[in-house]
Design a protein around this ligand. Structure first.
Ligand SMILES: NC(=O)c1ccc[n+]([C@@H]2O[C@H](COP(=O)([O-])OP(=O)(O)OC[C@H]3O[C@@H](n4cnc5c(N)ncnc54)[C@H](O)[C@@H]3O)[C@@H](O)[C@H]2O)c1
Length: 275
């Protein structure tokens, strides 16, 4: 086990969607910081892979096959974690799917329902099932993963963006409902990351996101995981109801005419070295 700072020593954390991508990066980081981790994913092979990495590194973790949109699965997630580790201190609502990527008039009702079921209802169900365990032990920390798409509008993403806007609203309300329980609820909103979730996205479609950051590159999952760790840990003891933008400055920029004309073209041209 790499020697970190023990910022989650003695804590038990559930991380949804941690079979790959950002969730996996957070699970590995949390384990290095001393947490016992429930690696939750609908894909049991990938969550077991994450657990194997943690165990090889000397950490402690269990894999749980869970569909976050299914109430029975989510109840089992909470009871099995509490049974195995005795408590639940941290919940990271990270599991999500993307939408159809089409004009609002072409969004299939089934796709809309699936995006809302996993992204919004999943965040609600996991929080609802875990909060009572946090109350039992005098507090806890919930971090929900939204997106820049939770605060801005994107073309052809009405389903996904609506779900991410909803997660931010849900988190703010849960922060208020849990204010007397010692439970903090916050949001991390990343911009584009290099994860398996977008590895099939064409360079031309990723390049504008790269161009809009102040760093001219996508985020590495660990850079977003570090922000999740901060909010999950006691270092953020006075922070609740916040939405931390981990977006390379995207939402701080109003592009100039020159930036609009030159920016994306420049990054598309040299995208191989930047993405
Ligand atoms: N990748 C990006 O560019 C980006 C940008 C902004 C925000 N985000 C957000 O960050 C989070 C992680 O993104 P990622 O790129 O690592 O995603 P990803 O697609 O690589 O991984 C998502 C994980 O969630 C799991 N999952 C999907 N449906 C599930 C369900 N019903 N129940 C349980 N698990 C389920 C998948 O099996 C997968 O392991 C998501 O909330 C995403 O919306 C991602």
């Amino acid at each position: 086990m790499k020697d970190k700072n023990g910022r989650l020593e003695g804590k038990v954390a559930i991380i949804t969607g941690s079979g790959q991508g950002l969730g996996r990066a957070a699970a590995l980081l949390f384990a290095q910081e001393g947490a016992k981790v429930a690696v939750v994913d609908v894909n049991s092979e990938s969550s077991q892979d994450t657990v194997d990495i943690i165990l090889q590194d000397g950490g402690d973790a269990i894999a749980l096959e869970v569909d976050v949109g299914n109430v029975g699965d989510v109840q089992r997630m909470a009871t099995e974690t509490a049974h195995k580790y005795g408590r639940i201190d941290v919940l990271i609502n990270n599991a999500a799917i993307y939408g159809g990527g089409v004009h609002v008039l072409e969004i299939d009702e089934d796709v809309w329902d699936a995006v809302m079921r996993i992204n919004v209802k999943g965040t609600f169900l996991c929080s609802k099932q875990v909060i009572p365990y946090m109350q039992q032990h005098g507090g806890g920390s919930i971090v929900c993963v939204a997106s820049v798409s939770g605060v801005l509008g994107n073309e052809h993403q009405a389903d996904y963006n609506a779900s991410k806007h909803a997660i931010i609203g849900l988190a703010r309300c849960m922060a208020q409902d849990c204010r007397n329980d010692g439970i903090r609820v916050n949001v991390v909103s990343p911009t584009g990351m290099s994860t398996p979730g977008n590895e099939n996205t064409a360079v031309q479609n990723l390049a504008p996101y790269v161009a809009m950051t102040m760093f001219g590159r996508l985020a590495e999952p660990i850079e977003v995981a570090n922000a999740i760790l901060f909010l999950a840990s006691d270092d953020a003891s006075y922070i609740t109801g916040a939405n931390l933008m981990v977006d390379g400055g995207v939402t701080a920029i109003q592009p100039s005419g020159r930036q609009l004309r030159e920016g994306i073209a420049k990054f598309v041209k040299s995208s191989d070295s930047l993405l």
